[in-house]
Design a protein around this ligand. Structure first.
Ligand code: SF4
Length: 491
């Protein structure tokens, strides 16, 4: 459930868009639109799908909302702070509309799904709203707006019982990495979480459908696939009556040209030995696992209805570290859950200090209307929640910095994401998920976006690393494993 920063979308090929040809395209289009995608990678996949549909339908994406015929904001509704962020972006776009610099604003995604009709009551100037599962009708809504029809439209559709097709996307991630959504929704009943209310019950995308999408993406230049879902380890249960993640991964591994498969949003239940062995033996499933644990104290886990106990979690983490060489673990925790005592928070701190996750995020508990946790006793003041978050993050910062320091002096394989200037590039080792973790600033010449290069790490700068690339004959065979020193963080 990590949050991504706001993604203000530019046309996918800015160099082309800047050309006279692109201007001609915009002139020939049914209309121009800007798109702002908020929230998590799962929402980004929905954004890409809407962008694909609008492009096929003849609309032209422009980077600046100021002057676009209309603007679409694909929102996040996960917690109060993300809803506030979504609303502030909507108000910003409505200011443009009031100033006559765009004709309309369409609000899509989780915020309308979460608030329903209340959103239009609160912000009546919005032209149209489209819920999460109304995304396939985005072109009709755009036609409505461009056609000058004043009547406000709300497109809400029930969560589908079959997986939606995410192919034919207009991808806005760099060409070499993509998100692959393998299922939608969640069958768990964590008491703090509103996601099932917005995204429905768990719906597995059939293996063949995932593979076709993955092949299409790799054919389009993707070298890193980031597997996303609400509950990745539950994959298959609703469709096949059993978990089929291992089978899916083994098939994905066979795709030629694919280098990295990164697993996100793993739930600590259903993490089978077979899955661990598959990851350990794979040359493509990278040893980076994102497994949101939310808490470690048993009474808190019980009130959260996580259905997993502290001892099981510790056993799983120990097993993962023993069996998967050079494992980098990412997790998230919720602090300030109703009834969380000082002692239970201390237990969490102790666990973080001992386990030394290389990557970690902390949320303060957010009271989500209509979730079971609202009715629990012992809601804590915001100051207490914030203080606990800051304390835990301060501890984590030391651990993360120590991990970064341990990499200095070693040569690591880096996937180049971006060029900053003539001799500086931005890339990532496998220990960094795109747009969530840190980066490596690489000094060097002759590099290429989307290529792996060996980089000697020279220094750490906050959560990032700085390194140098010196070409040699074996650059595509560079060591993809973390050095021994880094492995000590796993012990
Ligand atoms: S596993 Fe729990 S926290 Fe995660 S999406 Fe499902 S209900 Fe929400």
């Amino acid at each position: 459930m990590q949050q991504l920063p706001i993604v203000e979308l530019s046309p996918p090929q800015p160099d082309v868009a800047a050309s006279a040809g692109a201007e001609d395209d915009a002139a020939r289009a049914k209309g121009t639109y800007a798109f702002i995608s908020l929230g998590c990678p799962k929402n980004l996949v929905d954004s890409e799908r809407m962008l694909g549909a609008l492009t096929i339908d003849g609309y032209a994406l422009v980077s600046n909302p100021d002057g676009a015929d209309f603007v679409i904001v694909n929102t996040c509704g996960f917690i109060e702070s993300s809803r506030q962020e979504s609303k502030s972006v909507i108000h910003e776009m409505l200011d443009l509309k009031r100033a006559g610099r765009t004709r309309g604003v369409i609000v899509a995604g989780c915020l309308p799904e979460r608030l329903g009709g209340k959103l239009l009551e609160e912000i009546p100037e919005i032209d149209h709203v489209v819920g999460v599962f109304g995304r396939e009708e985005i072109t009709r809504v755009a036609d409505h707006l461009i056609g000058g029809m004043k009547e406000q439209r709300s497109v809400f559709r029930p969560a589908p019982i079959k997986a939606m097709d995410d192919r034919a996307r207009l991808r806005i991630t760099p060409k070499h990495f993509a998100y692959l959504k393998i299922s939608e929704g969640c069958d768990r009943t964590c008491t703090f979480c509103s996601i099932p209310m917005m995204r429905g019950k768990h719906v597995t995308k059939p293996i063949e459908m995932v593979l076709e999408e993955a092949r299409e993406l790799v054919g389009d230049g993707v070298r890193e696939l980031n597997i996303v879902a609400q509950d990745t380890t539950y994959y298959g249960m609703d469709l096949y009556g059993e978990v089929r993640l291992v089978e899916l991964l083994k098939e994905l591994e066979k795709i030629e040209g694919l280098d990295w498969i990164r697993l996100m949003y793993l739930y600590p239940i259903n993490f089978t030995d077979e899955l661990i062995d598959t990851i350990a033996a794979s040359t493509k499933i990278i040893p980076y696992l994102d497994m949101p644990l939310q808490h470690i104290s048993d009474p808190v886990l019980k009130r959260m209805q996580r259905r997993v106990k502290s001892a099981q979690t510790i056993e799983l983490v120990t097993k993962l570290r023993e069996r998967i060489p050079n494992l980098v673990l990412r997790t998230t925790f919720v602090v300030g859950f109703p009834g969380e005592t000082d002692a239970q928070f201390e237990e969490l701190k102790q666990f973080v200090a001992e386990t030394r996750f290389q990557r970690m995020g902390v949320f303060t508990y957010s009271l989500e209307p209509d979730t079971p946790a609202v009715k629990l006793d012992g809601h804590l003041p915001e100051e207490v929640k914030n203080a606990r978050r800051d304390e835990l993050m301060a501890l984590q910062q030391e651990i993360a910095f120590e991990f970064g320091d341990s990499l200095v002096g070693y040569e690591l394989d880096v996937l180049i994401d971006e060029q900053i200037d003539e001799t500086t590039w931005l890339g990532r080792t496998y220990a960094d998920a795109p747009e969530i973790d840190g980066n490596v600033y690489v000094r060097g010449e002759g590099l290429e976006i989307g290529k792996f290069v060996p980089v000697v790490i020279e220094a750490r700068q906050d959560y990032d690393l700085i390194g140098v690339y010196e070409p040699d004959d074996e650059e595509e065979d560079a060591d993809e494993e973390l050095p021994e020193a880094a492995a000590t963080i796993n012990s």
